[in-house]
Every structure is written in C-alpha cells, then in structure tokens.
Ligand binder design. Structure first.
Ligand SMILES: [Cu+2]
Length: 275
C-alpha cells in the first residue's frame, strides 16, 4: 500500500512541475526550429537574397535544377529556396509534427532524468517504479513511521555531535493495545531501522546510555523493522524503501528508535503510548 511516492525524494508535484517546464522548453525549441526551417519558404520571400548559411542548400538546388530533374524527378522552383520534400508537408502537418516532437522530447527527457537520478542515488530520486516495496495488508492498525536524515553520506558516520540531524516521526503517538503494525519508510540518504523498546515509567525518550559503538542496549526489544522491502529483522532499510513489522503491545509507553551506530544520538527516536 505505502509504496511508490512515499519515501521517494521527489513528490508528484515536483515531477509535474518538471514535466511542465520541459514541455515549455522543448516546445520553444521545436517552434524555433520550425520557424527557421520555414522562413525561406515564405510566399513572397523568394526574391530575397539568402543568408550565407543557405549557400550550400542553394548550390544543391542549382545542381538539381541543372541536371537532377530528369533523373530524380526533384524539382526546385526558380527561387531555389525550397528544400526537396519539405513542400509536401502542409502547415497542419508541420504543426502536428511539432507537437509530436515536443511530446516525444519531453517524455525522453523525463525518462532520462528518472533513470539518471535513480543511478546517481538509487531509490531516492528515481521513478517510483524503481521502489519495489509493496507492503502486504498488515494486521491491526498500521502506524506509518518516517525515517529521515539530512545531509550527505558523511552525516552520522561518527557518533555524536549530529543532534537533530536525523529524525524518526510516527503518524500517531497513541493507540489501543493489541496487534499493531509499523510501516517504516526511509526518506533519507542512509540506511535506517525501527526498533521497538519499552519505556520505564520515569524514563525519558532519547536519554538511554550510548555505548562506545554508538549504539544503545536493545536487549529488551519487542520487535524491529530493519529489512529492506520486507518484514522483520534485516540489514537495515535502504534509502527510498520500506520495512515493516507486526507486534502485540500491552498498554504502556514505548520508544521507537533507530539503533544504527550514532543514529540514536543524532535524534532518531520517538515515543508512542499504548492504552
Ligand atoms: Cu537511522
């Protein structure tokens, strides 16, 4: 359900805006080309001297006029300005060709941007079709959790000092006890995960002691989503993809964390309350 646009670096609005800009751009290019090609064929322009860059074309036509007619059937009018074949395309035909060329160029540009973006930053900028995560129908209420980080790949490589650089946000903070599913979408540029830890009565989220390895103790984990495009435990949720997990939670407070080295310290935690 939450595949495709969710977690993609570009929203649908950005793609629509880019498509519109490309349409305008290519429309302009095609219009200019059509005008340049058509200009010498204007009805009363036949007598006007041709600009230097048309010399080659004129020579060609003079050659056709001298010896080409009998063999090729190509005919050039006295003005010598009409290209062979061009006269066969009507004004409406030119308009149609111009529109078709504009649409084709726009489509090719969008495909190129989508493929190029996907290659440069897999799963983040590419077309939604590249994001193959389609979560099955998950049991119970489904909490959508967003995993994000700002900045480049260096961010979070070391523990500490990056407070606020990473975020974990859930689309709700309270829910009823029982079976619940967490759907974690990685909208960042690094791998992330979602681990569910119980919070003691007086425990404040974000204050767990952090070890020398940049991680917190997750021995009492109730479940985790750290599998790319799959359920449960794995090697981390890759950028632009999702992972999910279903757990049964008794009433209480819980802390959702990302326990990849340095990420908890950088701010990847949030609290939920089960009633
Ligand atoms: Cu993380």
């Amino acid at each position: 359900m939450m595949d495709g646009w969710y977690g993609s670096g570009w929203g649908i609005g950005a793609w629509v805006a880019m498509a519109a800009l490309m349409l305008i751009f290519w429309g302009g290019v095609v219009t200019v080309v059509v005008l340049l090609v058509r200009r010498p064929h204007g009805g009363d322009g036949a007598g006007a001297p041709l600009p230097p860059h048309h010399n080659a074309e004129r020579i060609l036509h003079e050659r056709f006029a001298r010896g080409g007619n009998r063999r090729t059937g190509v005919h050039c009018p006295a003005g010598g300005a009409q290209a062979p074949g061009m006269k066969a395309i009507s004004r409406r035909g030119q308009l149609f060709l111009g529109i078709a060329a504009t649409i084709l160029l726009t489509a090719l540009s969008l495909v190129a941007v989508g493929l190029f973006g996907g290659l440069v930053n897999p799963g983040v900028t590419g077309f939604p079709a590249r994001n193959r995560c389609v979560a099955p129908d998950l049991p119970g209420p489904v909490i959508s959790v967003s995993l994000t980080n700002m900045g480049g790949p260096m961010m979070g490589a070391r523990n500490g000092g990056m407070g606020g650089a990473m975020r974990m946000t859930a689309d709700r903070s309270t829910l009823a006890h029982g079976a619940v599913s967490f759907l974690a979408a990685n909208a960042g540029t690094l791998s992330h995960e979602l681990v569910i830890l119980p919070l003691a009565a007086d425990q404040i989220p974000g204050t767990r002691p952090i070890g020398a390895d940049g991680q917190i103790d997750e021995a009492d984990s109730l479940g985790e989503a750290s599998n790319t495009c799959a359920e449960g435990t794995g090697q981390g949720i890759l950028p632009g993809t999702t992972g999910w997990v279903t757990v049964t939670l008794p009433p209480g407070r819980y802390e959702l964390v990302c326990n990849l080295p340095g990420h908890y310290a950088a701010g990847m935690y949030t609290q939920i309350t089960v009633n």
